[in-house]
Design a binder for this molecule. Structure first.
Ligand code: UT7
Length: 341
């Protein structure tokens, strides 16, 4: 651990890990017999496929997260002992406690690292990245692993067409490191927001004590995700565009200054509507919902890793992350990319 003066923090590696199994839309109407269709799912959400964890084979949040973490360290060429802290964002922790970050810390043998989870639903990764940035900028840490991992298949009601078609399983990880002043990369400013009055529109009882202590028994199927999709949809578009504009204005920038935007992937129509409101050119917005669906905390780090793989980033590029999800939680974060991809 370093105790040096204020440092600059940057992302120096990215990685992703998905379970092997791929589920196509037809699974829901052909195999499960749900009243849905290829046409509805594709046109209303943009989703074609999603990965599905094999829970019995041990594909759970910690193992997916650990694999993404290992790949990130490998791509940077450093060992797990070099990591000072692990922050993992998820809504599908392996256990009520201890945190899934602790389980990952053990699985990857990061003996020196302390580890904790962040609960901020779809915004979890950006919240966690903000915390990692502060830890490194303060000079307290050199290297923080930030992971977004979710196994949504474990908390979806497979009889509820309103939710079960929307999500996928997966994990993404980034390494946040202290870098010198003249380094082209930098994690920059952010605007993060919460509004807990939104809880009634997107939530699940399972795992929380309310399910046990309420006088009224919980609704049936308390284990599963409940979503009022229409309300969430409208707010997602408005809040996403607002918070991005607010951050740009505060930084004296315009959308023309952004080289790549990586938004949360909940629905292609949300991404397109926010994109139109902001007048962002389509080629400067990452879209992965088609193949991976909504992986909650994992959408942004996995999409960022794909951008790296597709050589879409150059040293010094300005990247905007933008998110909206359960809580409600939402926000935007600006960063400078640190290396040519
Ligand atoms: O990542 C966390 C944040 N989550 C989000 O941002 C998700 C936000 N919401 C959405 O993406 C969309 O609202 C949904 C994809 C969830 C739903 O799309 P929508 O266009 O808003 O549909 P709707 O909820 O207005 O429902 C339209 C109709 C309904 O039928 P009726 O009431 O009009 O007869 C639904 O029952 O579509 C029906 N429907 C379906 N039909 C076929 C809902 N799900 C399905 C389905 N297949 N899978």
């Amino acid at each position: 651990m370093s105790t040096s003066a204020r440092a600059r923090a940057a992302i120096t590696a990215t990685a992703r890990h998905f379970p092997e199994a791929v589920v196509e839309n037809r699974y829901f109407y052909e195999t499960l017999g749900l009243d849905t269709s290829e046409e509805w799912i594709r046109s209303r959400t943009g989703i074609r496929t999603r990965h599905r964890a094999d829970h019995k084979k041990g594909e759970i949040t910690s193992t997916l997260g650990a694999e993404a973490a290992r790949k990130a360290l490998e791509s940077r060429g450093i060992g797990a002992d070099d990591v000072d802290c692990i922050i993992l964002a998820t809504v599908t922790p392996d256990l009520g406690f201890p945190s899934t970050a602790c389980l990952v810390q053990d699985q990857i043998s990061a003996h020196r690292a302390w580890a904790f989870d962040v609960s901020a639903a779809c915004s979890g990764f950006v919240y966690a990245l903000a915390q990692a940035t502060s830890l490194v900028e303060s000079g307290r840490h050199q290297r923080v692993l930030v992971i977004g991992a979710d196994v949504m298949s474990a908390i979806l009601d497979q009889e509820d067409r309103n939710t079960c078609v929307l999500f996928g399983d997966g994990a993404g990880a980034v390494l946040v490191e202290a870098v010198p002043e003249d380094h082209p990369g930098a994690l920059g400013q952010w605007r993060l927001r919460s509004d807990g009055s939104g809880a009634e529109h997107l939530f699940r009882y399972g795992g929380g004590i309310l399910e046990r202590v309420r006088e009224e028994p919980p609704e049936p199927k308390g284990w599963y995700v409940h979503q009022d999709g229409r309300t969430v949809f409208k707010l997602a578009v408005t809040r996403l565009a607002e918070v991005v504009q607010e951050l740009l204005a505060a930084e004296g920038l315009t959308v023309g200054d952004i080289d790549l935007t990586v938004p949360h992937q909940a629905n292609i129509r949300i991404i397109e509507a926010a994109r139109d409101k902001l007048r962002l050119p389509p080629e400067k917005v990452m879209v992965t919902i088609g193949q991976w669906a909504n992986t909650t905390a994992a959408t942004i780090p996995t999409s960022l890793d794909l951008a790296v793989e597709q050589h879409r980033l150059r040293a010094g590029d300005r990247v905007m992350l933008a998110t909206f999800g359960g809580g409600f939680t939402w926000g935007a974060m600006l960063l400078r990319w640190g290396y040519d991809t």
